[in-house]
Structures are given as C-alpha cells and as structure tokens.
Write a protein that binds this ligand. Structure first.
Ligand code: FO1
Length: 326
C-alpha cells in the first residue's frame, strides 16, 4: 500500500514515525511505500545558510537523531558556531542553530549552490541514515511565509518572516494574514505530483492547517493533484477538544477567521464532493460530538484516539485513517 503524507515539522514527524511503524507492522517496506511531502514555506536564509526547519525536523526524527525535548534540531547538539555568529550580529539571537544543524545547512547550501534541486539535496542528506521513507520538499523553489501584522510591531514593521513571528514573538503579535511569497511562481518538486497521483491513500498529518498544510496547498498544481487522485484523502485533526495539540496553530486559525475546533478545520479543508480536499476526517474521541454533522455535510468522520504518544500508538491512528479511506 502506497501512502503519501502531507506534513509540517514536529507534528508531521511524529505522524510519519507512526506511518512507518504501520507499514512495517503490515510487512511492507516503508522506504518504498511511504512518501512525505513536506512544507518548505518555513525555510529561510540565515547567515548565508539555507535552513529548512520542517524537512530537518522530519529527517532527524526518522533518523532517530532528533532532540525530542526541544522538538527541533539534533540531540546533544552544541552552540559554538551560533554563539560566534551572534557575537558578530550575523545571526538572529533568538534563533538557535546548533553546530550539527549548521553542518547540515552547510552541506545543503553547498549542494544548492552547485545547482542541485532541493529534492536531490534532501535525498543526499537522508541517505546517511535508514530513514525508512521518501522525503520530498513541497517545492524546490524559494516560497516563504510572510506574516502581515494586524498592527505594526514596536519597530514599525508591518510584516515579518514567519520564523521571526513564530520563534521571536511566539505568534503573540496578532496576524492579519499569511502570504507564501513566491508561491505563485513555484513548482512542485520532482516526484510530488506523482506521489499524489499514484498513492493508494493520501493522509494530511495533524500539522498546522494554515502555515504547514495550507502552505503546501499554495504551491500551484498540488491542490489540483489532490482533487484528481484516485486515492482517498483523509485528514487528521490537529485540534483536540478545542485546543492545539502543539505549537501555536490557534493564532494562525484566528487570523484567517477559523475557529480552533476539529470541525472548523475540517470545514476549512472541505469535502472532496464539494471541490474541497477531504474524503475522510479523524477527530479525537473527546470531539465525537462533531462526527454526525460533518458526516452529514459530506466529510465522513470518525472519532479515535489522536494523541501520538509513541510510534505504536500513532501506528494505530494511521491504521484508523487507512481504514476510513477504505
Ligand atoms: N524553534 C524555536 O522555538 N527556537 C529556536 O531557536 C529554533 C531554532 C531552529 C533552528 C533550526 C530549525 O530547523 C528549527 C528551529 N526551530 C526553533 C523550530 C522552527 O522554527 C519551528 O518550530 C518550525 O518552523 C515550525 O514548524
């Protein structure tokens, strides 16, 4: 069974660990059957380095070298280079790049400068470990999320790069809108449209619906491919009991006028029968009350445990999603 997952960073990584486990338990080879299409709109240039947070969070998690406490970066990393960069004012003092992380970004930047597409760079970085999945950037073109602020920041700026809004301001400056700048001219990375077209099931990870999954959908061609695929498209709610599972997705949902609830996110994605995305939607058991109304409105919904405590628990969640698809 070929599974293609649309994913953001930390939540996407946890979900993919479960998807890999699900395929292993089924006797399949996840390296051949599991493809992740990963958000690249959080990416940035910093101190001359191309940094790709969501791709790296997923790569490190699948490789088993991630910092599980922080949720991003490499386990046991040090900050020698970052401290030097900060002393020169060449990096952001509020954005910590570990030394091992910088090494990955150096390798990535060098290969990009050599002219390799980002998808090829990701394959090279992943080849070092037994990742057990194919990782594809949504696009190899630079298309980054810019946050338009509802009111100017203290220094008068009215727009910030997503990372500054997210990490420096912890999404606390009210946003008016999000723009994936450059998306209109971006193309899906090699393999992305094919991975959607040839999948048996496409899963939307419980990632940020606005700045992770939403940004992937901004890349021209991806939404259409989801509409056309013969695979069923099933999403997993990132909202449990009216609260975000992790991160600050509520700030993003509020900005686009969507309530922080499992059913509001499903309605935002929409039913495929109505030109939306979803053939199915999983909510947590605490949100079982929304199942009937969503199902009646064309989004077949089931309530199952959504907490991704460990790969075995998450594998059951993936099994539930596949079951709903079938
Ligand atoms: N998140 C933080 O909260 N603080 C940081 O200093 C930070 C540094 C960082 C460096 C490299 C990287 O790949 C990710 C990093 N993140 C950091 C996580 C990241 O900014 C966001 O959580 C994601 O982009 C949102 O998915």
């Amino acid at each position: 069974m070929k599974i293609t997952v649309l994913a953001g960073g930390v939540g996407g990584a946890r979900f993919l660990l479960g998807a890999r486990q699900y395929l292993r338990d089924a006797g399949a080879d996840p390296a051949a059957d599991l493809t992740a299409i990963v958000n690249t709109a959080d990416d940035l240039w910093l101190a001359g380095l191309r940094v790709t947070p969501d791709l790296d969070s997923i790569l490190y998690a699948l490789a088993g070298v991630n910092d599980t406490a922080r949720g991003w970066g490499r386990a046991g990393d040090t900050e020698v280079v970052n401290t030097e960069l900060a002393a020169w004012g060449a990096a952001w003092p509020w954005f910590t790049l570990g030394d091992l992380d910088i090494a990955a970004s150096l390798a990535r930047t060098a290969w990009l400068r050599d002219g390799l597409p980002l998808a090829e760079v990701v394959t090279r970085l992943a080849a070092r470990w037994d990742v057990g999945a194919r990782l594809l950037p949504a696009t190899g073109d630079e298309a980054e999320t810019i946050v338009h602020l509802a009111a100017p920041a203290d220094d008068g700026r009215t727009e910030l790069h997503f990372q500054e809004w997210w990490v420096r301001y912890r999404a606390a400056l009210p946003a008016a809108s999000f723009e994936v700048r450059g998306a209109a001219d971006a193309r899906p990375a090699d393999g992305v449209l094919d991975a959607i077209a040839t999948a048996d099931v496409v899963l939307l990870a419980p990632s940020n619906p606005v700045v992770s999954i939403g940004s992937i959908l901004e890349i021209p061609g991806i939404r259409d491919a989801l509409g056309r695929t013969t695979a069923r498209v099933v999403g997993v709610s990132p909202i449990i009991g009216g609260a975000v599972v992790r991160g600050m997705a509520d700030a993003c949902l509020t900005a686009i006028g969507v309530a922080t609830s499992a059913d509001a996110v499903a309605r935002r994605y929409g039913s495929r029968t109505d030109g939306g995305l979803l053939d199915g939607w999983l909510v947590d058991t605490v949100d079982a009350g929304v199942v009937d109304a969503l199902t009646a409105d064309g989004i077949p919904t089931r309530a199952v445990p959504l907490w991704m405590t460990d790969p075995a628990t998450t594998a059951q969640l993936v099994a539930d999603a596949v079951d709903l698809a079938n």
